[in-house]
Design a protein around this ligand. Structure first.
Ligand code: NI
Length: 226
């Protein structure tokens, strides 16, 4: 929240002080702008740093649904995600099918990576159930924990295809305005597909934003530098 307030103040100073500068960053408002949310599950991994470099280079934001198994020892990557404006949600500790667990264990699984994410400076408000497997019990636990469930609109099956060109082709063929794209930053081929995906979506006029920005869960943020 502090960052948002600082950003607002900055923008206000720019507006007030230097209309001639034209350096005021346009704010992304997905009610007005064409937005897409790229999401990356199951990491962080050895490929995540390269993905963050790409996102930064192209002025794109993304959402990471991390597992507790992989947040351990990856504090620098988590911190970088937060600092560079990305969003992080829980994808459980051990990636189980939550529908098969008791409510107590569902809660424990969802909580898994949250301390590591919070240690990186972010508050966790989003959850993605592994395999998209969910039911009333799972949703109830999420609600109780203050988590919003996020599934997806576009699934390129990048975990199966493992071919960067085909992954990019599937995403670009299927993705439309306001949609959430599922991908996995644990696969090299998926990260290899991203330069093409990001450039093509931006060329079509899409702003690549976080899920909370897409859904209007946070106030509009300044467009990332591109
Ligand atoms: Ni997963």
């Amino acid at each position: 929240m502090r960052l948002l307030v600082a950003g607002t103040l900055c923008a206000a100073v720019f507006l007030y002080g230097s209309a001639a500068h034209a350096t005021v960053k346009k704010r992304v408002d997905c009610k007005v702008d064409k937005c897409v949310a790229l999401t990356f599950d199951d990491g962080p991994s050895v490929h995540t740093g390269r993905l963050l470099d790409l996102l930064e280079k192209h002025g794109a934001r993304a959402t990471f649904f991390v597992t507790g198994q992989n947040t351990r020892g990856n504090h620098r990557l988590l911190r970088r995600m937060v600092q560079e404006g990305h969003e992080i949600g829980t994808h459980t500790q051990n990636h189980p099918d939550l529908t098969r667990l008791s409510a107590t264990r569902v809660k424990k699984e969802l909580h898994g990576p949250i301390p590591d994410i919070e240690a990186a400076g972010a508050r966790v408000t989003l959850a993605r159930p592994p395999y998209g497997a969910t039911n009333a019990k799972v949703r109830g636990v999420m609600r109780e924990m203050g988590l919003v469930q996020v599934l997806w609109d576009v699934d390129p099956q990048d975990w199966l295809v493992r071919d960067a060109r085909r992954v990019a082709g599937r995403i670009l063929k299927q993705t439309g305005r306001g949609e959430v794209v599922l991908a996995h930053d644990i696969h090299k081929t998926t990260v290899d597909a991203m330069p093409k995906v990001i450039k093509a979506l931006q060329k079509r006029g899409y702003r690549l934003v976080t899920v909370s920005e897409l859904r209007g869960l946070v106030p509009p943020l300044p467009a990332p530098e591109s």
